[in-house]
Design a binder for this molecule. Structure first.
Ligand SMILES: *Cc1c(COP(=O)(O)O)cnc(C)c1O
Length: 429
C-alpha cells in the first residue's frame, strides 16, 4: 500500500507500508528484522547501493525493513512522500533542522515549545552557530518581521506543549513560502487530529514516544517529508550542490520531491547514527494499528475532565482548547477536526504546596514526565519539565507556580474523575 490517501485513516493505520504477508515466510505480522547488515546479491549491486543508485538495504544505521514499514505508515498517516525514523523525538527535531541549516543560518520559532526543544534551540544550537529567533505563536507580523536573509525555516508545534497554543498553520505556511523557506511543524500532540501538510506545512516531526507508541514504552521519533517544497530556489545549496561523500551526487536531481528525506537519511542519519532500533520500530508499529481509536478516547476523556475541573471549587483556572471560552478554541475548531488533545492544564487554588499535595494524593494517576500514554499522568511543570528556565522565562511561557499538567489517558473517565476529585479535596481544604 503506497498510494497517497487512497484509503481512510484507520485502514492506513492498520495496513500502510506493509505487504499482506512476508514474502519469504508468509508471516502476516511485519517481522522484526534484527540485523545490522544485509548480504549483497553481487559486487555490482553493492556498488550501486553504496552510490544510492538503487534502493535496498546496506546497514541498519541507514535503513532496516521493519523500520521502513513504520516510516511508510507514518508518511501515509501524515500525507507525506516519505519519512525517517529516529531514536527519539529530539533527534527527529535536530535532524529536521540540521538537514537545511549550516553555521550562520537562523530559524524563526514560536515561543511556546516543548521544554526540550526550547533548550535545544536556545542554548545548544547557538553554540554551533545556528540562531533561533522566538516569536509569539499567534503574532503573524512577528513571524514576518523575524525573518531575514539568513532564515532557513519557521518552526512551531501543532498544539504547543504545555501551553496548548494552536498556531494558524495556513497563515504561517504562507508567510514561510512568501520568503522561500519551509514550515516545520511538531505534530506530536495532535497526530490524527490534524495533518499539517494538508495546510501547507512542508516537514512534520514527531516524538513517537507519545501517541504513536501510546503505551509509555518505546522511545522514538519520526520526520515526515511533505514533498511539496522547492529546495532548488537558491536558498538551500545542500540540495543543489554536489555531495562529496557520494561522488558528487546532487540530491534534488537524484531524488526529486524526496530530496529532503533522502538527504536526512543518507547524509545526516548515516553520519550521526541517530537511528531507531528495529525492536522499537516493531513495538511502535503494533500501536499504530489502534492510533486514532486511542487518540479519540484520550480526547473524549480530556474534554470531560476539563469540564469537571472547570466547576471544581479547588480549581482556579482550566486551560483546554475544547472549552468554548478558551483562547485557542477557534483555532482548535478550524484545525483539529472535533478533537482537542489529551493535555489539560489547570491551576490549583493556593499554589506550589497545594500542587505538590495533589500530585502526592492521586492514586490512579501517575506522577511522570511523559504525555499521551494510555495511562493518565500528572506533573508540576514549574519544578520539573520547565525547571531549567529562569522564573521570568517560565512566566513568559505561561508556566505559573500553581499550574498542573494532566495528560489524560484512555481509562474509564468516571474512575479518573473520582481519583482527581478525592486528591483535590485532600490538597485544598
Ligand atoms: C516529548 C516531546 C518531544 C521530544 O521527544 P522525545 O521522544 O522525548 O525525545 C518533542 N516534542 C514534543 C511536542 C514532545 O511532547
Amino acid at each position: 500500500m503506497t498510494n497517497k490517501r487512497k484509503y481512510g485513516e484507520r485502514t492506513l493505520e492498520v495496513h500502510a507500508g506493509e505487504e499482506r504477508a512476508d514474502p519469504v515466510t508468509g508471516a502476516r505480522a511485519t517481522p522484526i528484522y534484527y540485523t545490522s547488515s544485509y548480504a549483497f546479491e553481487s559486487a555490482e549491486k553493492a556498488k550501486k547501493l553504496y552510490a544510492l543508485e538503487e534502493e535496498g538495504h546496506i546497514y541498519t544505521r541507514i535503513s532496516n525493513p521493519t523500520t521502513e514499514v513504520l516510516e511508510k505508515r507514518v508518511a501515509a498517516i501524515e500525507n507525506g512522500v516519505g519519512a525517517l525514523a529516529q531514536s527519539t523525538g529530539m533527534s527527529a527535531i535536530l535532524l529536521a533542522i540540521l538537514n537545511i541549516t549550516n553555521a550562520g543560518d537562523e530559524i524563526v520559532a514560536s515561543n511556546n515549545l516543548y521544554g526540550g526543544t526550547y533548550t535545544l534551540f536556545k542554548n545548544t544550537m547557538v553554540n554551533w552557530g545556528i540562531k533561533v529567533n522566538f516569536v509569539d505563536t499567534h503574532d503573524l507580523d512577528a513571524y514576518r518581521e523575524a525573518i531575514n536573509d539568513k532564515t532557513k525555516a519557521i518552526y512551531c508545534e501543532s498544539v504547543g506543549n504545555p501551553q496548548l497554543d494552536i498556531p494558524d498553520f495556513e497563515a504561517i505556511a504562507e508567510i514561510a513560502h512568501e520568503n522561500g523557506i519551509p514550515l516545520i511543524v511538531d505534530n506530536t500532540s495532535a497526530i490524527t487530529m490534524v495533518r499539517p501538510i494538508d495546510y501547507g506545512a512542508d516537514i512534520v516531526v514527531h516524538s513517537a514516544t507519545k501517541f504513536l507508541s501510546g503505551t509509555g514504552t518505546s522511545m522514538g521519533g519520526i520526520i515526515v517529508d511533505g514533498g511539496n517544497f522547492d529546495w532548488t530556489n537558491g536558498k538551500f545549496p545542500q540540495f543543489t550542490e554536489p555531495d562529496e561523500s557520494y561522488h558528487g551526487l546532487i540530491y534534488s536531481e537524484a531524488f526529486g520531491n524526496k530530496a529532503y528525506i533522502m538527504k536526512a537519511r543518507a547524509h545526516l542519519m548515516k553520519d550521526l547514527g541517530t537511528v531507531m532500533s528495529p525492536m522499537n520500530a516493531f513495538m511502535i508499529l503494533q500501536s499504530t494499528e489502534s492510533l486514532s481509536l486511542r487518540v479519540n478516547q484520550h480526547c473524549e476523556n480530556a474534554l470531560e475532565i476539563a469540564k469537571f475541573l472547570k466547576n471544581h471549587e479547588a480549581v482556579s483556572w482550566v486551560n483546554y482548547p475544547g472549552l468554548e471560552d478558551n483562547e485557542n478554541h477557534e483555532m482548535a475548531e478550524k484545525y483539529l477536526n472535533g478533537n482537542y488533545g489529551c493535555i489539560v492544564g489547570f491551576g490549583i487554588k493556593g499554589g506550589i504546596e497545594e500542587g505538590k499535595k495533589f500530585i502526592e494524593s492521586v492514586e490512579l494517576l501517575s506522577h511522570v514526565a511523559n504525555i499521551a500514554d494510555a495511562k493518565t499522568l500528572v506533573i508540576h511543570p514549574a519544578t520539573t519539565t520547565h525547571s531549567n528556565m529562569s522564573s521570568e522565562e517560565q512566566l513568559e511561557s505561561g508556566i505559573t507556580p500553581d499550574f498542573i499538567r494532566m495528560s489524560v489517558g484512555i481509562e474509564n473517565v468516571e474512575d479518573l474523575i473520582a481519583d482527581i476529585d478525592q486528591a483535590l479535596k485532600k490538597a485544598v481544604n
